[in-house]
Design a protein around this ligand. Structure first.
Ligand code: DGL
Length: 253
């Protein structure tokens, strides 16, 4: 039987990873759990329930792998749910951090993520332990909301107002530790005048998956929304014109 993969995020951010995966193969389904957006400001207990329910649902509905294309969901899974499942669930934090090995002479890295991810210290602790690299962080759930609404003016104003600390602290690279920020990679890159390498979350994972089993797959790609409405579909069509032939459906779970 062919493996079927579901890629999950709370909203639009995970589509950037979906895009990379479907460039390599097909039979991948994406779920935007936009009914529960945003994840990054919710209580831990609530997130554990939401993510556990999603994983349970898909593994019991003929999916072989669940990819959590979301740092907040990956954090919750790694801390509270990993013991329940085996290798069927793939998270993105480790593979995102591993990308810093591709950057030469790194001594100070900036990290932007949801409030939940920054408060957990998961990125900061892991990086300090493994690489002895300094970190400067900003909790950016407000920016996540702007990305989900794709409010370009406010996005640029937020970057201008809050990211100067990275310039002052002279970071050598910036980790976009929330998949929503992959959508605004160009805006962030412009702010740093293309001088600071950006590490997008989940892109390391796409490379890894390519090497393993994706090449055996065939079938249709699809997008599901847990809260399906016209404006949201239009936003996806606008931001990701390459998905024009992919069906967008409702998922009531
Ligand atoms: N895209 C998700 C992440 O990578 C979070 C967005 C949210 O707060 O829902 O963390």
């Amino acid at each position: 039987m062919k493996p079927k993969i579901v890629v999950i995020d709370s909203g639009l951010g995970g589509l950037t990873i979906f895009k990379q995966l479907i460039a390599q193969t097909s039979n991948i389904h994406f779920v935007a759990d936009n009914k529960h957006f945003p994840y990054g400001t919710k209580k831990t207990s609530e997130l554990v329930n939401i993510i556990d329910r999603l994983i349970h649902y898909f593994l019991n509905n003929q999916y072989d792998k669940v990819v959590l294309a979301c740092n907040t969901a990956s954090l919750i899974y790694d801390k509270y749910l990993r013991y329940k499942y085996k290798n069927e669930v793939i998270t993105i934090i480790d593979s995102t951090i591993a990308e810093i090995e591709n950057i030469y002479n790194l001594s100070h890295v900036g990290i932007i993520a949801t409030n939940k991810v920054i408060e957990s210290n998961i990125y900061q602790d892991y990086i300090k332990r493994k690489y002895q690299i300094r970190t400067t962080t900003i909790a950016c759930s407000e920016l996540v909301n702007l990305c989900e609404n794709y409010d370009k003016l406010k996005i640029n104003a937020f970057i201008k107002q809050h990211f100067s600390i990275f310039k002052e602290n002279k970071i050598d690279a910036l980790i976009l530790a929330c998949t929503h920020f992959n959508i605004i990679e160009k805006e962030i890159d412009r702010f740093f005048k293309h001088e600071v390498p950006l590490i997008c979350s989940g892109y390391g994972l796409s490379k890894q998956l390519k090497l393993s089993y994706l090449c055996f797959m065939c079938g249709r790609n699809q997008i599901f929304l847990t809260n399906n409405h016209k404006n949201y579909v239009e936003k996806i069509r606008y931001l990701f014109p390459e998905f024009k032939n992919i069906k967008i459906k409702s998922l009531n779970i």
